[in-house]
Design a protein around this ligand. Structure first.
Ligand SMILES: Cc1cc2nc3c(=O)[nH]c(=O)nc-3n(C[C@H](O)[C@H](O)[C@H](O)COP(=O)(O)O)c2cc1C
Length: 224
């Protein structure tokens, strides 16, 4: 059994999956473990919608239609990134993007190919299962962080079970259409998607090992 540290290091965002299915019971087991995630006041401010098969195809088709009609998307007041994005965050974002497109063999000038790759998000990169994470609109920054912990738990448990994931805020671009499609109550806000499946080990894009700042760059340890 891998340790938590090993799982943390092994988990990377996977952007090409095999067509091997992931069964309902497998998904339930992942959620069963992840529900033990902590949250302030034990609010457990998360809801999850899982799609596979036809249900997955429907949301992919919906995303395509929505973005064709409105390329600026539906992220609304919860934009994916702050604009403008200050340093060092801007550079980090740029760097991981360049590293990913280098592995995909897509040069900077080829905007069409880059957009085509971005569009692969809406097919969950061919993963057999997609998850959507939903939060109640009354929740504030604290509870959004707690939802993030839950998502990390899902990703780590999946990793433990030999599955791979890619978290996908790109689905925020179609959040209003998905909200209507799923018939969610007005108070629900669809935050983020996640692809879940088995990694295509031969796909170069899956070799991406993104950089991290050293501990000394983000941590201050005092009083030792
Ligand atoms: C909340 C969240 C949303 C993300 N959304 C996307 C996305 O829409 N598409 C994508 O390809 N990667 C997405 N990512 C993956 C990040 O780019 C990735 O986590 C980061 O570059 C670090 O790389 P790693 O996950 O391989 O360690 C997302 C990650 C997180 C945590």
């Amino acid at each position: 059994m891998p340790t938590v540290t090993e799982l943390l290091q092994a988990r990377t965002s996977i952007r090409a999956f095999t067509d091997e299915p992931v069964g309902e019971e497998e998904v339930r087991q992942v959620l069963e473990a992840a529900r033990w995630s902590p949250s302030g006041g034990n609010l457990q401010p998360w809801k999850v919608i899982v799609v596979a098969g036809e249900a997955k195809d429907e949301v992919s088709a919906l995303a395509q239609q929505t973005l064709a009609a409105n390329p600026f998307g539906e992220a609304g007041e919860h934009a994916i990134y702050p604009q403008p994005l200050g340093e060092p965050f801007r550079t980090r974002r740029f760097q991981v993007g360049e590293e990913m497109y280098a592995l995909l063999g897509i040069p900077r000038e080829d905007k069409v190919a880059r957009l085509q790759h971005l569009a692969r998000n809406y097919a969950f990169f061919d993963a057999p299962v997609g998850l959507f994470f939903v939060i109640d609109r009354q929740m504030g920054h604290g509870q959004w962080a707690h939802l993030g912990m839950f998502m990390q738990s899902v990703a780590l448990v999946a990793q433990e079970r030999g599955l791979s994931t890619c978290m996908q805020e790109s689905w925020a671009m179609v959040r209003e259409s998905l909200h209507a499609h799923f018939g969610l109550p007005a108070e629900d806000l669809l935050y983020c998607g996640m692809a879940l499946g088995y990694a295509d080990e031969d796909a170069p894009v899956n070799r991406l090992r993104s950089a991290r700042a050293e501990v000394a760059e983000f941590a201050e340890l005092r009083g030792f």
